[in-house]
Design a protein around this ligand. Structure first.
Ligand code: GEK
Length: 261
């Protein structure tokens, strides 16, 4: 008699989407294959991913002031997690706040991601008010909120659409609210950029990626993940109305900015 298959735990899976030459031709998309290995992939390929997530509840404590109301009339802080993938940011926040304090809206365009995020968030935080929504963040009219998280998401939007998304966020944030914007960037200076990119590949090698995986991912992300410079990010934040914004974290070519309304 065949044994029942053991349940696959996400964090025990390895990130192997680019291991054969043919796979290298694949254009990167957030489908089931990526979802299955996503937590492993993002931890091993984004320098500082864990540190940035860990700071989100700390920022939320300072800036979430229960300025909104839940459907039951309770004062809550509404937080958007835009491009939530499997809901890691939402999960980190839920883990540090009482269920009645937050209303989290986690949005992603990929149904494969939101299906899995819904299950993970329900299983881990059944009491919390977390809504997972499958939508394009360019089409969503955001409600008034205390905090917005754009963790490695803006970089996947066409450059021409980035201002409108940030304007939507600026308009939805209450006075005193914050946007946390984390992105992969490139340096304006070619030599500095080359050094950062090479050390980034070293970082990936040190985390167990092979040369084929590194070049496969680089090709797949070409024209999909389009980086800006750190200056371009700050200029865009100025343009949409944020008067104060600072880079609070940088690790190689990855940065995180906090913008204050
Ligand atoms: C994390 N924030 O783990 N609308 C909504 N979602 C989008 C759109 C769009 N237009 N375009 C891309 N996405 C997460 C990590 S991953 C980063 C974010 C990465 C989604 C896409 O489906 C994917 O789930 C996410 O943005 C980017 O904290 O994979 O490098």
């Amino acid at each position: 008699m065949s044994q029942p298959k053991p349940a696959i735990k996400h964090d025990t899976l390895f990130d192997k989407p680019f291991t054969t030459p043919l796979d290298k031709a694949a254009r990167f998309s957030f489908d089931e294959q990526v979802v299955a290995c996503f937590p492993d992939m993002i931890r091993r390929s984004v320098p500082g991913y864990g540190q940035v997530l860990a700071m989100l509840p700390i920022f939320a404590r300072r800036h979430c002031k229960y300025r909104q109301q839940s459907e039951s009339g309770q004062r809550v802080s509404r937080i958007y997690d835009l491009g939530c993938s499997l809901g890691a940011a939402s999960m980190t926040l839920a883990g540090e706040f009482e269920p009645q304090d937050l209303q989290i809206k986690a949005i992603d365009i990929s149904p494969a991601m939101t299906n899995e995020a819904t299950t993970l968030l329900k299983d881990n935080y059944p009491e919390h008010d977390i809504e997972v929504i499958t939508a394009d963040i360019r089409d969503v009219q955001l409600e008034p909120c205390d905090m917005v998280i754009l963790n490695l998401t803006l970089q996947f939007l066409p450059a021409a659409d980035r201002v409108a998304v940030l304007e939507n966020i600026y308009n939805a944030l209450e006075e005193g609210g914050i946007l946390v914007l984390t992105e992969k960037t490139h340096a304006f200076d070619e030599q500095y950029d080359a050094w950062l990119v090479e050390r980034y590949y070293d970082f990936k090698r040190a985390n167990g990626y092979t040369e084929m995986e590194i070049s496969g991912k680089r090709n797949a992300l070409e024209n999909v993940l389009i980086t800006d410079t750190l200056d371009e990010h700050h200029q865009r934040l100025d343009q949409v109305g944020f008067q104060r914004h600072l880079t609070w974290f940088q690790f190689l070519n990855f940065v995180s900015i906090v913008a204050f309304k």
